[in-house]
Write a protein that binds this ligand. Structure first.
Ligand SMILES: NC(=O)c1ccc[n+]([C@@H]2O[C@H](COP(=O)([O-])OP(=O)(O)OC[C@H]3O[C@@H](n4cnc5c(N)ncnc54)[C@H](OP(=O)(O)O)[C@@H]3O)[C@@H](O)[C@H]2O)c1
Length: 255
């Protein structure tokens, strides 16, 4: 039995790549491509309600902030799971994600590269092991015209450093307290590079530099396809790529 998959966006770079990749997977079935513009999302998504209710689709959305917000509102009434990759989501979209995650399985990630997961883990580890004489900074380089700045990935990497630091000191990991622990982020929007994130950390007499460079958007596909399969079988909840990679389901359902 194949998993039905709906890809949002018609002309988008990610939408095209994801639709092609889904079409090549024998256990997935590309059921529809949805454009949420110019028509309202409600019209576009109404088609989903006609799909087989016994096998709700996984809707994959790599579009734009406003389109993703409209999708999340519609997902309240349309049975589906979601994989959301749109960058630059703000507080209102985060609230929508949390609300939708109470009724639907949603995988969301600032960066669907599985390699980036390992980089984030390394940043956490380095921050937790070094003392207060160490500082860090994040460089965020993307193509001209990228809408969000700094990137969600740069903010994620900075958050890894900050969280490990505040945890080591026994201070709250969120909120204003500990904000000074967050590394500075410098963002450049130049040329047509897909993305480059560089983490610099330095202490007395030594420094560490890690570079994650995406030359081709196909780098995101393994993480996205893995997330689609995970979302198809997961109970309602808001999941990260780390949950997907570790096949981490809610404790009550775990082995
Ligand atoms: N999380 C990750 O790992 C990851 C990786 C790569 C990209 N992204 C994010 O995925 C999103 C799409 O990236 P992309 O490179 O595919 O972008 P793109 O080529 O510019 O495509 C934008 C897509 O958004 C859709 N869209 C709907 N409403 C829109 C609106 N009001 N304004 C602009 N676009 C609208 C477009 O739909 P139509 O085709 O129907 O016009 C199009 O499919 C971005 O937010 C990007 O940062 C995330």
């Amino acid at each position: 039995m194949t998993t039905p998959v709906v890809v949002c966006g018609r002309s988008g770079r990610m939408a095209g790549l994801i639709a092609d990749a889904v079409s090549r997977e024998p256990d997935l079935h590309l059921t529809a491509r949805l454009s949420t513009r110019p028509q309202p999302a409600a019209d576009a998504l109404a088609a989903l309600a006609d799909l087989d209710r016994d096998r709700p689709p996984v809707v994959v959305d790599f579009t734009a902030r406003e389109a993703t917000a409209a999708l999340l509102v519609q997902a309240r009434t349309v049975p589906c799971s979601l994989v959301i990759g749109t960058s630059g989501l703000g507080e209102s979209e985060t609230a929508l994600l949390e609300e939708a995650g109470r009724h639907r399985a949603i995988v969301t990630a600032a960066n669907f590269s599985v390699a980036l997961l390992a980089v984030a883990g390394f940043v956490r580890d380095l921050s937790g092991r070094t003392d207060d004489s160490w500082d860090a900074g994040v460089l965020d380089i993307h193509f001209t015209g990228k809408r969000d700045r700094p990137s969600a990935t740069a903010r994620l990497l900075a958050a890894q450093w900050r969280t490990a630091r505040t945890r080591r000191r026994g201070r709250p990991e969120t909120g204003e307290e500990g904000a000074e622990e967050a590394p500075d982020i410098a963002a450049f929007r130049i040329g047509n590079a897909v993305s480059e994130h560089r983490i610099l950390a330095a202490g007395p007499g030594e420094h560490v530099e890690v570079v994650h460079r995406v030359a081709d958007r196909t780098a995101f596909l393994p993480g996205i396809l893995q997330s689609v399969r995970f979302a198809a079988g997961a109970p309602p909840g808001l999941y990260s790529l780390e949950d997907v990679a570790c096949e981490r389901l809610p404790a009550a359902l775990g082995p």
